[in-house]
Design a protein around this ligand. Structure first.
Ligand SMILES: [Zn+2]
Length: 409
């Protein structure tokens, strides 16, 4: 996407419109209460939570993008300098409260930016999103897909959130005398907490900041900040460590549960950090002797692992696993694909696993393969620069501006 027109989850100067997919910190880096670079588009729920995350922010800059409706913007084309119409549609990303993907259409063609997303094909919400997306695209194609590639690797296979949530409940019910501590962030894992509440009919302790968010989301009376009312506590991830769990166990038997699609201990080890606070390495990875709890029947799908005598890791993820990413890319048949995650220790360029699929799709669909265009443009750049300009104009007229911009800049 041409950042001189639109930026998504990027907040530096130079764009005409800024879009926010959701409020997780890695997508808001650069935003502050003093930010005032232009209109900021976001979902209705994100707008509701925004003042809590950025108190003092000029709320007149916020523009709400309702899910499932095209919103028109009049921007200036960086290539022609003329006014050009761009439309944007938000689609539920099923990731955390307020999270959406954005589908754009304009002189650049169709572009989809997923932000972080979970694409559980069997879930009703994903089915609604799928219908919405296909209806919006109709017979056109997605020229560029910006993809949440957090788990874009075949080794990442985990169950649905419902199955993982039941695994958490199983751990809790198999420790009836224990206190339970669950590591979460400020915004995510809402559905997990609601599942536990519904099945076990028990309140959950949350820290004051998280309680305010649950109130803003309309959940009153089911969460508490009084420890005497419940044995289940959802705590910030940063406070979840072996040291904490051992300290708690010196007072009362306590089990820690870390819900994540990425193996919790492995993640920190690969990042070259001690995952267990200041303790020396006293954990063990899941092995034959590890206790396994859960209902998932696919032997290839990750299930519960006990990393430490007090700690369980449950594969509950708000991101898509590899097979879900694969389904999504097959459904959309994009011409180009770019991963939006490049800095994590698990990063793999999605082209490595999905590139062959795109080429195959391009040929089957009758489109000119992107690599073929790229080769032709490279040759023209050297041999016939004037012809290159003609090709650019021709492709733009045929709605392939996004492709051309991508190749040239
Ligand atoms: Zn996120």
């Amino acid at each position: 996407m041409d950042r001189r027109m639109i930026s998504v989850d990027r907040w530096s100067d130079g764009s005409q419109a800024y879009f926010l997919t959701h409020l997780h910190a890695d997508h808001t880096a650069g935003l502050s209460p003093a930010w005032n670079r232009g209109p900021l588009f976001c979902s209705r729920t994100t707008a509701k939570l925004f003042p809590f995350k950025f108190p003092g922010f000029r709320l007149s800059l916020l523009r709400i993008v309702d899910v499932g409706r095209w919103h028109s913007l009049s921007l200036v084309s960086p290539s022609s300098g003329l006014q050009t119409a761009v439309e944007a549609m938000a689609i539920d990303a099923h990731h955390c409260p307020g999270s959406v993907m954005y589908l754009f259409r304009g002189e650049f063609g169709y572009m989809l930016y997923t932000g972080d997303f979970r694409w559980q094909a069997a879930s009703k919400r994903a089915q609604i999103g799928r219908t919405m997306l296909l209806n919006a695209i109709k017979n056109e194609r997605v020229d560029i897909l910006y993809l949440d590639n957090t788990y874009c690797n075949p080794s990442y296979s985990f169950p649905s959130r419902e199955v993982a949530a039941q695994q958490v409940v199983d751990i809790i019910t198999s420790h009836p005398e224990h206190d339970i501590v669950i590591g979460i962030d400020t915004l995510g894992k809402k559905d997990l907490l609601l599942y536990i509440l519904r099945v076990l009919k028990i309140k959950i302790w949350v820290w004051p900041e998280r309680l305010q968010i649950m109130h803003l989301l309309g959940f009153h009376d089911i969460f508490t900040t009084k420890t005497s009312l419940t044995r289940i506590r959802a705590v910030p991830r940063y406070s979840f460590s072996i040291d904490t769990l051992e300290g708690l166990n010196s007072m009362h038997p306590t089990i820690g549960i870390m819900p994540s699609g990425f193996p919790w201990a492995a993640k920190s080890v690969r990042a070259n950090k001690n995952p267990f606070g200041s303790s020396s390495v006293r954990h063990r990875k899941a092995s034959k002797g590890s206790k396994v709890v859960g209902t998932c029947t696919n032997p290839n799908v990750k299930t519960v692992e006990q990393y430490h005598q007090h700690i369980y890791s449950v594969p509950y993820s708000d991101h898509s696993c590899f097979s879900e990413i694969l389904d999504f890319v097959k459904l959309l048949r994009p011409v180009h694909l770019k991963g939006i995650v490049s800095s994590s220790c698990s990063h793999v360029d999605p082209i490595y696993y999905l590139g062959h699929l795109l080429e195959k799709i391009n040929h089957q669909g009758g489109y000119i393969g992107s690599l073929q265009i790229k080769r032709e443009v490279e040759e023209l750049k050297v041999s016939k620069p004037n012809l290159l300009l003609e090709l650019v104009i021709l492709l733009r007229q045929n709605g392939k501006g996004g492709v051309v911009d991508d190749l040239i800049f």
